[in-house]
Design a protein around this ligand. Structure first.
Ligand SMILES: NC(=O)C1=CN([C@@H]2O[C@H](COP(=O)(O)OP(=O)(O)OC[C@H]3O[C@@H](n4cnc5c(N)ncnc54)[C@H](OP(=O)(O)O)[C@@H]3O)[C@@H](O)[C@H]2O)[C@@H](O)CC1
Ligand SMILES: [K+]
Length: 483
């Protein structure tokens, strides 16, 4: 599990470190540059005769680049140093290292007149270090900056980005207009939001977080989690037990046009260990031998049910579903609200503290009646708004957000094969199964992890293009057999 910070938290931590450890900005920049150089040598593995260009602007990201220059020459490399921006705006710490580099080499300053020289330096390099802009990026790139980033991307060199690829918004991971496509990124101190979410995965290349001796922050709410952080082992089975010991689930959803969704959910739950499952579906088409099908008008005794999935493939125009939703909301039943079920939800009227919402980004933005763009730009603002209402949230995406009032966990499956119809329905089933014996947040985490591991096996078998949602269900068995 790794802390993920906002830019402000990172800046506060930097200030705290300087104060508590009585360090100067020069000390900290030096430490960052040292760690970045070690990482660059270790992961990008340049050979001593390889040509390297370090491209810096005049902020502290550029300062890290200057220290890298000084370290690389100590290791026997002969890098070229390119600087863009106005030196008169640089900090004292930057100027300190600038003077040292200036004594060692002829620096290429990027201006209109020197444009061709810089191009030549970059073209002749095997490696380019991007120390242009880091977490101080405050607006879209334009002018020389934009041209430079485009030029570097066009060269297809081995690029190592310092802290974050230049052009990625440090607080939301979105591309402003253009960003460096890195092969490696050395992240200074701690993950920032911009290293993880939205466009981040497509621009960072391989990442590593570098310890530069910042003081540790203990009250971090946002954390990146990994498979090994949580056990997903299902409930142990006794010989002397029967199906109700492993949970009774209700699965409500499906419609004429989407009869499969609720079936994917129920089958995933059964495969994940749920003991017995009922489906309530308008016009059931597909019927599975292991499932009990009920009519939408049959009364459900909600007090006997261990968990409910409400919504996959559900047609929200159907009035009877509204009554069921109200019953769920008026109770404390552990429930997963997904797809069409989310349409009944009014965030200000949620009463049930055991609800897990599983929207994708569009459904998430619909909950607030805002555009997708808005939630992409300010994801944590909206996530906090939901969890403050005592709701557990799984915001599905290439980075999944799993959150409640106390924690915001980020989890990356790194499996583009998951972008296939029905994979979200399967997820509701894995969560429902864990809900029988776990709190909503634990079930949410375990459900996401099991789903992701099973999807990983499905990808290994069928490839990320051909894998489909049913394959994920089959592979649940292989994950649990192994685990
Ligand atoms: N946090 C830590 O503990 C440590 C952090 N460290 C390092 O410091 C980095 C953060 O440094 P930072 O705050 O100086 O910001 P940085 O990324 O260099 O950018 C600011 C410069 O970019 C400019 N600029 C902005 N947008 C622009 C645009 N669109 N187009 C053009 N220019 C633009 C902006 O200009 P201005 O907006 O002032 O005109 C200013 O000149 C961090 O990523 C890490 O590498 C380590 O050294 C030590 C420990
Ligand atoms: K950078």
């Amino acid at each position: 599990m790794e802390a993920v910070l906002s830019v402000q938290e990172m800046k506060d931590l930097e200030a705290l470190t300087l104060k508590e450890l009585k360090l100067s900005e020069i000390d900290l920049m030096k430490q960052a540059g040292l760690e970045l150089t070690e990482d660059f040598l270790e992961r990008a593995r340049p050979e001593i005769h390889d040509t390297i260009s370090i491209v810096s602007s005049v902020g502290h990201n550029g300062g890290d680049g200057l220290v890298m220059y000084l370290e690389l020459i100590k290791h026997g490399f002969k890098p070229k140093m390119v600087i863009i921006g106005r030196l008169d705006q640089a900090s004292q710490a930057y100027k300190y290292f600038f003077e040292m580099v200036n004594k060692e080499t002829k620096i290429f300053f990027l201006t209109k007149e020197t444009d061709m020289d810089v191009q030549k330096a970059l073209v002749s390099s095997k490696y380019i270090v991007d120390a242009i802009i880091g977490i101080g990026l405050s607006r879209p790139l334009d002018g020389f900056y934009l041209d430079l980033v485009r030029y570097i991307n066009g060269l297809e060199k081995i690029v190592y980005s310092v802290d974050i690829p230049t052009g990625i918004h440090p607080n939301n991971g979105l591309l402003f207009n253009e960003a460096i496509k890195a092969n490696y990124t050395g992240i200074v101190g701690f993950y920032k939001y911009g290293n993880i979410i939205n466009d981040a995965l497509d621009y960072h290349g391989q990442i590593k977080v570098l310890d530069i001796g910042l003081v540790k922050k203990h009250d971090v709410m946002v954390k990146l989690i990994f498979d090994e952080d949580f056990s997903i082992e299902p409930k142990k089975r006794n010989h002397n037990s029967y199906k109700y010991n492993y949970g009774l689930g209700y699965f409500i959803g499906g419609s004429k046009t989407m009869p499969g969704a609720i079936n994917l959910s129920v089958l995933a739950a059964l495969r994940s260990g749920m003991g017995i499952a009922h489906v309530i579906q308008e016009n059931p088409v597909a019927r599975h031998l292991e499932v009990i099908y009920e009519d939408i008008n049959d009364p459900i005794d909600i007090t006997k049910v261990d968990s409910i999935v409400f919504g996959p493939g559900l047609n929200p125009k159907h009035e009877d579903y509204k009554k069921i939703y109200q019953k769920i909301n008026d109770s404390q039943i552990k429930s997963v609200i997904d797809g069409g079920g989310l349409k009944f939800l009014n965030l200000d009227e949620v009463k049930n503290p055991n609800m897990i919402l599983t929207p994708h980004e569009k459904e998430f933005s619909d909950l607030f009646s805002v555009g997708v763009d808005e939630v992409e730009h300010h994801p944590f603002k909206y996530i906090k708004e939901i969890v403050d209402k005592n709701i557990t949230l799984i915001l599905k995406g290439q980075t999944n957000v799993i959150a409640n009032k106390k924690h915001i966990y980020l989890y990356q499956s790194k499996n583009p094969g998951l972008a296939t119809a029905g994979s979200g329905d399967v997820l509701t089933g894995t969560i429902a199964s864990y809900l029988v014996d776990n709190s909503p947040i634990s079930a949410a985490i375990k459900g996401v992890l099991l789903h992701s591991k099973a999807a990983g096996l499905a990808r290994d078998k069928y490839g990320q293009v051909s894998m489909i949602a049913s394959d994920i269900i089959h592979e649940i068995a292989n994950v649990l057999k192994r685990g």
